[in-house]
Design a protein around this ligand. Structure first.
Ligand code: GLN
Length: 535
């Protein structure tokens, strides 16, 4: 039977519950346990797919095509195990299911209520991943902060589950903040005491406190926290600000978070955690022998979380190349043909990011023209690829109004067109081409050289595609489709032959990059940027 660890958050949001959950999972995995992580989000959207990245950061897409919270990206990057639709549940999905059941007559004669119907459905979902005995341990992260109105049904579901599962099969970790008051020169425990009190009011005694802090917790502070929050002193875990998120598993190992959790779950510690490859990665990350500067051109650059997976994919690929990758975020709207040289000055490579809508389109096209003509390594992703097609159409093929029908529905040269199966779609939620699809690579191409094989599978999130009516014209002019969906013929990758590195993909390679498996296209893009710098 699976054992359950629940992770709640107190005092403030943004304490990094996802990273703590992923770090603990990493340590347990490294000891030989089969672990997965799921996230329950208290908002009413069915999924974050309809949210603006400014609200919620990146929308992470799973293999099975779910649009999910960006924390699932951390889980995959740390554990190197894919997640699925079942790993991210929102209040909206819980209510949708219960209301559908109600209409179908499942509760005939009964008043449908938050308790027990909503909480029962939350519990059912919390236990779902444990049904096939696939996992020894399931970590459940609760979004939001304890005390929020919208988290209450989730907290109540955890309370009931703890009672049902018993103490040996479940535990609660409360992630909290121990702030430092510079004027007093002191760490303060009161916010944590209050947050634990709130949890106690809801009937939950946390087993472990993980304390985010800017300064080391002294023995006295640990003792005070333990005493006032009813936990053992070894269950007070310090989570000090770390230079990178990838240090956190090792910090948690030092604090013995994994051992404390296993002891509470009455599980043997199995092996010592094997973190050899993780440490090799960290060693390379921290001791780079080279440095490159890469420009990330996009429209949400004020909020780097909007590009979380791309940023992390560069961390993995940088370490793999023993190269520090400095990312310069450049607002697409700020680029024009007149200032493009100035804007892209000093960059060893340029990535044009995914996105939606017209804002910043001209800037992206100006950047792509510049890197194409000046032999600067270029990597386009999704909308970035579509922009590269538009730019090539306009400036090389002379199709002055080449465009995507997303931006210009009436264009005479729709080089990017709505996919056929999107034409009757009116709903916005969960209706894009989502998730993993196969792609076949042509031999003798840069894509093939990067992957080292012809059959790949990558994840998607788009409605528009390259218009194959133009393919011949593009290929004759030197832009080649080097990756194609074997079933539909959809162009997945384009390259320019006579360019040191020009690759653009319709899929999102960043979603599959992990510490254990840095993405081959990011690895070769960083290598090409380094080669460009050195010549
Ligand atoms: N807006 C484009 C489309 O829907 C690209 C999407 C993306 O970059 N994720 O096809």
């Amino acid at each position: 039977m699976s054992k359950y660890i629940f992770v709640t958050g107190g005092v403030t949001s943004s304490l990094g519950k996802g990273i703590i959950a992923a770090s603990l999972a990493k340590l347990l995995q490294a000891r030989g346990f089969k672990v997965t992580i799921q996230k329950f989000d208290p908002y009413i959207n069915i999924d974050p797919g309809t949210l603006n990245p400014y609200e919620h950061g990146e929308c992470y897409v799973t293999e099975d095509g779910a649009e999910t919270d960006l924390d699932l990206g951390h889980y995959e990057r740390f554990l190197n195990v894919p997640t699925s639709r079942a790993n991210n549940i929102t209040t909206g999905r819980i209510y949708q299911h219960v209301i559908e059941q109600e209409r179908a007559g499942a509760y005939l004669g009964k008043t449908v209520q938050v308790v027990p119907h909503i909480t029962d459905e939350i519990k059912r979902r919390m236990l779902l991943l444990g049904e096939n005995n696939e996992y020894d341990i399931i970590i459940t992260e609760l979004g939001g902060t304890v005390g929020d109105i919208e988290s209450l049904p989730f907290i109540e579901a955890v309370r009931q589950l703890r009672w049902e599962l018993g103490n040996n099969d479940s535990l609660v970790i409360h992630l909290t903040l121990v702030p430092y008051l510079a004027a007093a020169g002191e760490l303060k425990t009161k916010p944590t005491q209050h947050s634990v009190k709130t949890l106690l009011e809801y009937g939950i005694q946390p087993d472990i406190l993980v304390c985010r802090t800017e300064h080391k917790l002294t023995h006295e502070i640990r003792k005070k926290l333990a005493q006032f929050c009813n936990v053992n002193i070894n269950a007070v875990v310090e989570s000090i600000d770390a230079p990178t998120i990838y240090d956190v598993p090792l910090n948690m190992l030092k604090e013995q978070l994994d051992k404390t959790a296993l002891a509470k779950l009455k599980l043997s510690t199995k092996n010592d955690p094997n973190l050899d490859s993780w440490k090799v990665f960290l060693g390379k990350l921290k001791n780079p022998t080279n440095e490159v500067t890469i420009g990330l051109v996009g429209k949400y650059v004020e909020l780097p979380d909007a590009y979380k997976s791309i940023i992390e994919a560069f961390v993995h690929a940088g370490a793999n190349n023993e190269t520090r990758v400095k990312l310069n975020f450049i607002a697409a709207e700020s680029i024009h043909n007149e200032n493009v040289q100035e804007k892209l000055k000093g960059l060893d490579g340029v990535l044009v990011a995914p996105g939606f809508g017209e804002r910043g389109l001209d800037g992206k096209l100006a950047a792509i023209k510049y890197v194409r003509e000046n032999n600067i390594p270029f990597f386009g992703i999704c909308l970035g690829m579509q922009c590269s097609i538009i730019e090539f159409g306009r400036n090389v093929l002379g199709l002055a109004d080449a465009n995507s029908t997303e931006m210009a529905p009436e264009t005479q040269n729709p080089v990017i067109n709505l996919m056929d199966d999107q034409k009757d779609v009116t709903d916005k939620g969960g209706t894009m081409r989502l998730g993993a699809y196969d792609c076949e690579l042509k031999k003798g191409t840069k894509a093939f050289a990067s992957y080292g094989k012809t059959k790949i599978s990558e994840r998607h999130r788009h409605r528009y595609e390259f218009n194959n009516d133009y393919l011949k014209q593009y290929e004759e002019a030197g832009m080649i489709a080097t990756g194609i969906n074997p079933i539909t013929g959809l162009v997945e990758i384009v390259e320019i032959k006579n360019h040191p590195f020009y690759i653009a993909t319709q899929f999102h390679p960043e979603l599959k990059s992990t510490v254990a498996n840095p993405h081959p296209l990011f690895v070769s893009f960083v290598a090409a940027s380094l080669a460009n710098k050195n010549c």
